[in-house]
Design a protein around this ligand. Structure first.
Ligand SMILES: *Cc1c(COP(=O)(O)O)cnc(C)c1O
Length: 349
């Protein structure tokens, strides 16, 4: 029998757990556009409660959640301050321009983590002939910076100053539970100063589909209307919310295992002098690996690993991203490290 593929491309590849499958089959449903789906309503109530916000909304994807938030918080012609490699800027199809008529104002930050000083400099002066800043977007954990995170103090400092300046703050918290677990912080505490938060049920939490928006009741009411505008009003979607409830209630408790596996993988790969890995920077479930010194290009690296049953994401010609999750165990982490080392050894031979 062929051994199972070790898929480290993303935590989005996680399959629903047997408990999720059972809950999906048994889910009580109704028409959610009529607000009649009891399972969706329960998921939204629990998400609001767990995040310490007034209300929550189930959305089909993280991208839609972020874009709804941008649309609700801004007016056409405004700017959104983001970090340079933020998902809302780099990987969402310029949707903020297409959907909300706003421009991104990206600013670079070490490890993807912004501070108030750099944000303050990017805020437009209040002059009638200048575009106005409408929103600040923070990403926690930061995907392209390798799963780095903001602490509660860092978030609060930015939010307090932003609010003094009359600006809302949206948290792209696709992996906010990874941040909370790594910080040993309650998730509601971590985001209490943010005006809105998006988080994904479909990544490390292993639900098949879906993300959540949380915020004030007024924000969520407007968000529901924008969701419909974008075609995101779903009907008997309790079958997905049932999996989402398990993702939300049960799965955060096991994320530390993914973090330990990412650390282990970083340490194993760091044994190879031809790889650039910084194990001390790996705090959550994402690991960036530079392979310039192997003299393999990204097609060779990903192709040879694929032949050995290991899937990784090439970021550019000399870097790959490895993400640990519920469908990869410690033994498979060791196998993946061996596979990468053997690809390098073959090249050297
Ligand atoms: C994955 C991700 C999203 C978008 O989620 P999708 O469900 O894939 O649309 C948004 N932000 C960050 C940081 C992500 O990693």
């Amino acid at each position: 029998m062929k051994p199972p593929v070790i898929d480290l491309r993303s935590d989005t590849v996680t399959k629903p757990t047997p408990e999720m499958r059972a809950a999906m089959a048994a889910a009580e449903v109704g028409d959610d556009v009529y607000l009649d789906d009891p399972t969706v309503n329960r998921l939204q109530d629990r998400a609001a409660e767990i995040f310490g916000k007034e209300a929550a909304l189930f959305v089909p994807s993280g991208t839609m959640g972020n874009q709804i938030a941008i649309r609700v918080h801004t007016e056409p012609g405004q700017e959104v301050i983001t970090e340079d490699s933020a998902h809302i800027y780099e990987f969402e199809m310029a949707a903020m321009a297409a959907i909300s008529g706003v421009l991104a104002r990206p600013i670079p930050a070490p490890d993807g983590i912004l501070d108030w000083e750099s944000i303050r400099k990017a805020i437009r002066p209040k002059i009638y002939y200048r575009a106005q800043t409408g929103l600040i977007g923070l990403e926690n954990t930061h995907n392209m910076a390798g799963g780095t995170f903001y602490t509660k103090q860092q978030i609060e400092d930015i939010c307090n100053h932003a609010h003094d300046a009359g600006l809302p703050v949206h948290m792209d918290g696709a992996r906010i539970f990874n941040a909370a677990v790594a910080l040993k912080e309650n998730v509601a505490n971590l985001v209490c100063s943010c005006d809105s938060v998006m988080f994904c049920l479909s990544k490390g939490l292993s639900a098949p589909v879906g993300s959540m928006l949380v915020g004030s009741r007024q924000f969520i009411e407007r968000a529901r209307s924008i969701r419909k505008l974008l075609g995101g009003g779903m009907r008997q979607v309790g079958v997905l919310a049932a999996a989402g409830l398990i993702a939300l209630e049960i799965m955060p408790a096991r994320l530390d295992e993914d973090h330990q596996n990412a650390k282990l993988l970083a340490e194993l790969l760091n044994e190879s002098p031809q790889l650039d890995v910084k194990p001390e920077k790996v705090r959550t479930n994402i690991l960036m690996v530079g392979f310039a010194r192997t003299l393999l290009d990204s097609t060779q690296m990903t192709g040879r690993l694929r032949e050995m049953g290991v899937l990784v994401s090439a970021l550019d010609s000399v870097r790959m991203r490895l993400v640990t999750h519920n469908d990869v165990n410690r033994e498979q982490i060791c196998q993946a490290a061996d596979a990468i080392k053997s690809v390098i050894a073959q090249k050297n031979a």
